[in-house]
Design a protein around this ligand. Structure first.
Ligand SMILES: N[C@@H](CCC(=O)N[C@@H](CS)C(=O)NCC(=O)O)C(=O)O
Length: 207
């Protein structure tokens, strides 16, 4: 049995990506909230020691720190041989999509949501329109992936590619974006997986 501790925050879609794996795999882990709205230097000392960028998620796996959501997903899939970790071939296919997420969708959708939800005055219109046009390209590419009738991103089974990409898409309304039907249909299938909960509920936002 592995010792797992996740440092997170309920406003983070990057944390949600990781938590989806843990909850859907029904794995027990310790969870500690880090206040990401205070100065980095004031966060818990054990967290600051583990996370060089003081960002969440940070996951301790058997005493070793992992600090990128996609790396954490990759590591979890590898050690539990689940959600893409069943074979080297599936793991590398998932990794391909995780790099796409980090480079494309993850570089516009979280920012659009941040701008709309938390900092409406911080972004100038030109910056927002660039993010928006990137998002449009990315979401259409993702929609085309389901054109052959597959149920999930890699094939008919869920994987870390799904968790990585869907993290912020359940907050499409907070980002002020519309989703194509194929993407909506896929999110609906993800939301029907055993153990799924919407982001704030899963990450224990106090009401
Ligand atoms: N590339 C990182 C991004 C993590 C990230 O941006 N975390 C944000 C929350 S979504 C954070 O901790 N921000 C707090 C801060 O920078 O002070 C990942 O994928 O894990």
């Amino acid at each position: 049995m592995h010792q797992l501790k996740l440092y997170g925050h309920y406003d983070s879609g990057h944390v949600y990506k990781v938590m989806l794996f843990l909850e859907l795999a029904n794995i027990s882990y310790e969870y500690e909230q880090v206040d990401i709205w205070i100065d980095k230097s004031k966060r818990q000392p054990d967290f600051l020691q583990a996370s060089r960028n003081a960002e969440v998620p940070c996951m301790m796996i058997d005493g070793e720190a992992f600090i990128q959501s996609n790396v954490i997903l990759h590591k979890l899939a590898s050690i539990y041989k689940l959600f893409g970790g069943e074979s080297p071939q599936r793991l590398i296919q998932a990794l391909d999509w995780q790099f796409w997420e980090a480079n494309r969708l993850g570089m516009c959708l979280p920012q659009l949501r941040y701008a709309k939800r938390f900092a409406p005055d911080e972004f100038d219109p030109g910056g927002l329109s660039l993010l928006r046009s990137r998002f449009d390209q990315d979401i259409n590419l993702l929609a085309r992936q389901f054109g052959d009738g597959r149920l999930f991103v890699l094939d008919d089974l869920p994987s870390i590619a799904d968790f990585s990409i869907c993290g912020y898409l359940f907050w499409a309304d907070e980002a002020g974006v519309e989703l194509p039907n194929q993407v909506d249909g896929w999110l609906d299938r993800v939301s029907k997986l055993d153990g799924w909960q919407p982001p704030y509920k899963m990450m224990q936002k106090e009401s």
